[in-house]
Design a protein. Structure first.
Ligand SMILES: C[S@@+](CC[C@H](N)C(=O)[O-])C[C@H]1O[C@@H](n2cnc3c(N)ncnc32)[C@H](O)[C@@H]1O
Length: 215
């Protein structure tokens, strides 16, 4: 079952084929997990009409503003789905050319920095062979000590980030790069969270790029 949010209303469909957009008209499909208010993919959808953008978010009310805006502006290359990664419908598997996770929290943050192959595999399954996965995240002992303790998050040393390569391979993802991104790059996300992260703070923001391997 897929719960689709359109113009602040949820409708339920059994398969992606039942969505009111013809899926095969697009040159590629990008999925944003934990899309928040949906602005990041809304902006991309406006710029790239030949790409279909799918935003996945467990809290429907977060998306009300942009689902309304998408409907008003007749944006027909954007779909918001209400779900967590844990409960994601298998019908989305193998659809994505690119998967984003931007500034996650909770279990969505845990899965990209800890050894959780089953949940990471759920994310990996969304992609086609050779698809790209872009995960951007930030936390530090200075700014998020409580979250680190509560979720037992690893300290992000260069050595630890290298260990993640082994972990990602278990889910069929091959890490190509793991970089500390510049504040200017973070600004380009244009989201509330990208702004909040840097409000009066200088901090490290990490980006892991991986690719789905042919196994
Ligand atoms: C800090 S917000 C970032 C939102 C957005 N990506 C952005 O950059 O503005 C984290 C988001 O992750 C979502 N999230 C948390 N756990 C999740 C999970 N298990 N599955 C999917 N989304 C999740 C939250 O609902 C929230 O919208």
């Amino acid at each position: 079952m897929l719960r689709i949010l359109k113009n602040k209303k949820i409708s339920e469909i059994n398969k992606m084929e039942e969505v009111d957009i013809s899926l095969n008209q697009f040159k590629d499909i990008h999925i944003d997990i934990g899309t928040g208010n949906g602005k990041f993919i809304y902006d991309l959808a406006v710029k790239n009409p030949y790409t279909l953008y799918i935003g996945i978010e467990p809290t429907a009310s977060n998306l009300y503003e942009y689902s309304k805006k998408a409907n008003k502006n007749k944006l027909n290359n954007l779909i918001y789905i209400i779900s967590s990664i844990e409960n994601m419908d298998e019908d989305l598997n193998g659809m994505a050319d690119k998967v984003y996770i931007n500034f996650p929290w909770g279990s969505l943050l845990e899965v990209i920095v800890k050894d959780m192959p089953e949940l990471l595999n759920k994310i990996s399954l969304l992609g086609k062979i050779e698809s790209e996965f872009h995960f951007t995240f930030a936390y530090s002992t200075i700014h998020e000590p409580m979250e680190i303790e509560k979720r037992n998050l690893p300290i992000l040393t260069e050595e630890y980030l290298l260990n993640l390569k082994e972990i990602y391979l278990k889910a069929g993802l091959s890490i190509e790069s793991c970089i500390n991104i510049a504040p200017l790059e973070v600004n380009k996300f244009g989201t509330l969270w990208a702004k909040k992260l840097f409000l009066g703070k200088s901090r490290d923001v990490y980006k892991i790029i991986s690719r789905k391997s042919r196994i």
